[in-house]
Design a protein around this ligand. Structure first.
Ligand SMILES: *Cc1c(COP(=O)(O)O)cnc(C)c1O
Length: 403
């Protein structure tokens, strides 16, 4: 059967006004509980013998529509929406491992994911091993029968390292082990890990999917059987990370324009990356669309476009780098990413301050790295702001510019 294109799925999948009194926009279901005709019918629902809703922690019609649409966008059998990206990651991981098991995670992770593994799961008797997964051979050497989960972001937050999803999947498939990919940076518009062989995909929908900085949400997608287990154990019993009907509505609205916004995020980011790469004040720019990106070939193999995120390091001290961020006028110093506004932040001080100074180095996160989420403003205004901040901080102030 012919499948609709991404843009069409993002707008229509799972919903037709005909079934909702003609309402173009899906209704918001806020009911916490659902009434049954009889005790017997309620009992059957609890046994999973009919498809009735029971209680909103287990799902609602609003959430069901969102999940159907997310699954279609990620080419997954099923999806589970959650109250945050961390809600998705924790609900999924609590469902997959028990004491004595091992998780192999990539070296560079979003700060709270690292904290959950390092300070959370470790204290419950789960072994966490960090491996540089940019080279799949490293996984082949470290994986054992105890490894139940391999976890990575690609590109990684904040330092833009990629992993070869298909190569990792080839290895995990030989074990009783799942491969879970955090696809937040790419969104399903740029990369589909399940099609590349991953078992599960997690997202912070707070970022590009919502796209307007007005909600916190997440989801996990994968095989029906895995998603059912994560819903009925990880979410229902372990985290309770339930998305509200109001956030479902905001997210569905944001997703209708995801494909249009991503095109512009990528176009703007490419131009900003090229500007930074030529700047005498910048030591290195990490962006998959640049010719000197060390994993350019892999980026072209598994990402449709290079994305809206850039990391860069200045020819400067940590203090001077902070002064540069502070000198920006239009670009905002804020965490989060994927919004219409261009956002900049210093991971070592902010999002990745969950790592100690030593851990930052071990995990390949430079203490002077700056993370930039390129927004949807006019490209000339974004570049002009970067330019004026460079000039105001570095010109005529005796900063040594290394060649
Ligand atoms: C933001 C983020 C998360 C966490 O998502 P929340 O919605 O903030 O809970 C996880 N992974 C990545 C890569 C992120 O950028």
């Amino acid at each position: 059967m012919r499948k609709n294109h991404f843009a069409t799925r993002a707008i229509h999948a799972g919903y037709h006004p005909k079934q909702h009194q003609g309402a173009l926009t899906p209704p918001i279901h806020i009911s916490s509980t659902y009434a049954f005709d009889t005790v017997e019918q309620g009992g059957a629902a609890f046994q999973g013998e009919n498809n009735r809703f029971i209680y909103a922690r287990l799902g609602s019609p609003s959430q069901q529509l969102l999940e159907q649409r997310l699954a279609e966008l990620e080419h997954a059998e099923a999806a589970l929406a959650t109250a945050s990206g961390m809600g998705a990651i924790t609900s999924a991981m609590w469902s997959l491992v028990k004491p004595g098991d091992e998780i192999i995670a990539d070296l560079s992770l979003y700060g709270c994911t690292f904290s959950y593994l390092e300070h959370g799961l470790k204290s419950f008797g789960i072994k966490i091993t960090y491996v540089n997964l940019s080279d799949a051979n490293n996984l082949a050497q470290k994986i054992t029968d105890k490894t139940k989960l391999v976890y990575s972001e690609t590109p990684s937050n904040p330092n833009m390292r990629l992993v070869d999803i298909a190569a990792l999947a080839q290895i995990t498939r030989q074990y009783d082990c799942k491969l879970m990919i955090d696809n937040t940076y790419c969104t399903p518009y740029l990369q589909n890990p399940i099609q590349l062989g991953a078992d599960l995909v997690v997202h912070s929908a707070t970022k590009y999917l919502g796209g307007h900085g007005d909600l916190i949400a997440g989801f996990v997608a994968g095989k029906q059987e895995d998603i059912d287990h994560i819903r009925m154990f990880g979410l229902k019993d372990m985290t309770g990370s339930v998305i509200s009907g109001f956030d479902v509505a905001l997210l569905l609205r944001g997703m209708k324009t995801l494909h249009v916004r991503m095109e512009r995020h990528c176009k703007n980011a490419q131009e900003v990356a090229e500007y930074l790469a030529c700047s005498p004040y910048v030591k290195h720019t990490f962006y998959p669309g640049l010719d000197n990106f060390s994993q350019k070939e892999l980026a072209q193999k598994q990402m449709r476009m290079a994305g809206g995120m850039i990391a860069f390091e200045l020819n400067a001290t940590r203090e001077q780098s902070a002064a540069f961020v502070n000198a920006l006028q239009m670009i905002l110093c804020a965490v989060s990413l994927g919004d219409a506004e261009t956002l900049i932040q210093h991971p070592a001080s902010m999002t990745h301050s969950t790592y100690t100074e030593e851990e930052l180095l071990e995990h390949l996160i430079s203490p002077t790295l700056i993370r930039l989420s390129v927004g949807l403003e006019h490209i000339e205004d974004i570049v002009a702001d970067l330019n004026q901040a460079f000039e105001s901080v570095f010109s005529n102030k005796g900063l040594a510019i290394s060649a």
